[in-house]
Ligand binder design. Structure first.
Ligand SMILES: [Zn+2]
Length: 335
């Protein structure tokens, strides 16, 4: 088993990230080194099979240019909206130009002739961290993506927890404030996402700006254009209200992570996404709140990490990692 994993760690994988307009791909070598990359327009193909064939052609051409033998690719991972990781089928993805359901994994496997795995963004990101990033030493961790929304993926005993319909890990929609006035896109109030996503951070900052007359560089930005990035930048420049906003974000996150710990007893939490770039400004408050809210049996067991995948390549590396997982599954179906 270890031997198989060592061979697979030194092999090549194709990571594909399918977006509504563009699809990008990369051939990834050992230690997550991107050997070549390319892309095609998703919208140029009204039939998914034609898209898959064009993709293969494009991959072959780029591999040839880079001097890579395409037969050395052991697995393919594909990230796409609304994809079910168990079936490899995208269902109800309004952004994709093909009629739903789209059998992504099966079609790509037929066209490329190698194992294909599929995953949503958060699960692909977690696989990327496990094979190429901050979680290489961990078999039990929870990945939390802090971006437009809050996503998460749970890895236990080296396996992704998917659940019956591959919907496990929607921790962003766990309710953290029952008396909240923050209405979430899911139709409920008080979800973690409404506090720790980019939108949540902006809502907190607006509230803090309204509650005091205190001077802040954020007051020079019109309230309706204020972004989480503005707040992170202001926090890094020492602006008190921006720092308080990040501290409050960290407190809510720490409290939520304390509850999540009881679920899968992770060794680490790893944070990725635009808001996670402000990790140094919410980390201390998060750890303090985590410790305060933690059931004592878990104390001193958990690390809090920032993703160390390159931000712009994380989706491709995550997809390649899903490909590596798919290759492992063909050698060891029970893994
Ligand atoms: Zn929600």
């Amino acid at each position: 088993m270890k031997e198989t994993e060592n061979i697979l760690a030194n092999s090549l994988y194709l990571g594909i990230d399918i977006g509504g307009t563009h699809t990008v791909f990369a051939i990834v070598g050992p230690k997550g080194k991107i050997l070549c990359r390319g892309g095609i327009r998703t919208t140029d193909y009204s039939v998914f099979f034609d898209f898959a064939k064009a993709l293969r052609k494009s991959v072959e051409a780029l591999a040839r240019e880079a001097g890579i033998n395409i037969t050395c690719i052991e697995g393919i991972g594909v990230g796409a909206p609304c994809v079910n990781a168990l079936t490899g089928v995208a269902e109800g993805a309004v952004d994709l130009p093909w009629p739903s359901p789209v059998p992504l994994a099966e079609t790509l496997q037929n066209v490329f002739g190698i194992p294909v795995g599929a995953a949503n963004d958060a699960n692909a990101a977690a696989m990327g961290e496990m094979y190429y990033g901050a979680c290489m030493d961990y078999d039990d961790f929870i990945m939390i993506t802090l971006g437009t929304g809050v996503g998460s993926a749970i890895v236990a005993d080296g396996n992704m927890i998917l659940g019956k319909r591959a919907l496990a890990g929607e921790l962003g929609h766990s309710i953290v404030r029952y008396d909240s006035d923050r209405m979430c896109s899911c139709g409920r109030r008080g979800c973690l996402e409404m506090y720790c996503s980019a939108r949540g951070v902006v809502l907190t900052a607006r509230k803090m700006l309204e509650a005091t007359k205190e001077d802040s560089s954020l007051r020079s930005i019109p309230s309706d254009t204020l972004s989480a990035k503005d707040i992170c930048l202001a926090a890094s420049a020492g602006d008190k209200i921006a720092m308080d906003t990040m501290r409050f974000t960290g407190e809510i996150l720490g409290e939520a992570c304390a509850n999540f710990t009881a679920f899968s007893s992770p060794e680490a939490f790893v944070f990725f996404g635009g808001v996670a770039r402000a990790f140094p400004y919410f980390k201390d408050a998060m750890i303090e709140s985590y410790r305060r809210n933690l059931l004592w049996v878990y104390r001193d067991q958990v690390k809090f990490l920032q993703s160390d995948l390159p931000f712009d390549d994380a989706a491709l590396l995550g997809a390649a990692a899903v490909g590596r997982r798919a290759a492992l599954k063909t050698f060891c179906p029970t893994c």
